[in-house]
Design a binder for this molecule. Structure first.
Ligand code: ATP
Ligand code: MG
Length: 181
């Protein structure tokens, strides 16, 4: 299994300043009043894992995820989120004990992606998580209504979910890419 060690958020939604959440093995819980940013943390994680739909991140445009300012606080020009995963088991095919993935977006829409601080493409980042069970379509994040959605899914849709769990989703994506060329 994938162990997420920390989440660092800066300029993303309600998080103007740099914040780091250090997670322990076992269960971590985020508590807080309504509107304090709990769901924004989950949105941040899904965004780094490759979420491309602003709507799914509860906005109308990607720019909506950049801190828009508050009373006494100016807006910022960039959102940045990093996830640091333990890789001592080698679950990610990289020669590092830790794997840190970072995503940035600027107001003009420019996006930047990094794996262990080296620039990469969005696709590299998405592919890194395919078959680890931690991808944006994986089971690491189960949103409200998701359980019902899986139960009510058409057989073909349910098959895609099972493929991801079985570890063959990577080949479906690669085949689709290969056929495009
Ligand atoms: P609930 O308990 O109601 O589910 P929550 O803790 O999950 O609340 P979130 O939905 O994570 O709360 O946070 C909502 C807050 O984030 C709102 O106050 C909203 O104004 C703020 N917010 C969202 N996007 C931005 C942005 N781009 N800039 C500044 N603040 C933002
Ligand atoms: Mg919420």
């Amino acid at each position: 299994p994938v162990f997420l060690k920390s989440i660092t958020i800066q300029g993303f939604k309600s998080f103007a300043d740099r914040v780091r959440f250090d997670l322990q093995h076992g269960l971590s819980v985020i508590v807080g009043p309504n509107g304090s940013g709990k769901s924004n943390v989950a949105d941040a994680v899904r965004w780094v894992l490759g979420e491309q739909s602003a709507k799914s991140l509860r906005g109308s445009r990607m720019e909506d995820i950049i801190f828009a300012g508050s009373s006494g606080r100016r807006s910022v020009g960039m959102a940045e989120v990093s996830l640091t995963f333990d890789n001592s088991s080698g679950i990610f095919p990289l020669e590092f004990q830790e794997v840190c993935v970072t995503r940035r977006v600027f107001r003009d829409g420019e996006g930047q992606f990094f794996i262990n601080h080296s620039p990469c493409r969005l696709r590299d980042l998405q592919e890194l998580f395919l078959d680890t069970g931690a991808g944006k379509e994986g089971f690491s994040i189960i949103g409200q209504g998701r359980v019902e959605e899986i139960l009510n899914a058409k057989p073909e849709e349910r098959r895609l979910i099972l493929e991801e769990a079985a570890g063959v989703a990577k080949y479906r994506v690669r085949k689709r890419e290969a056929l495009k060329r």
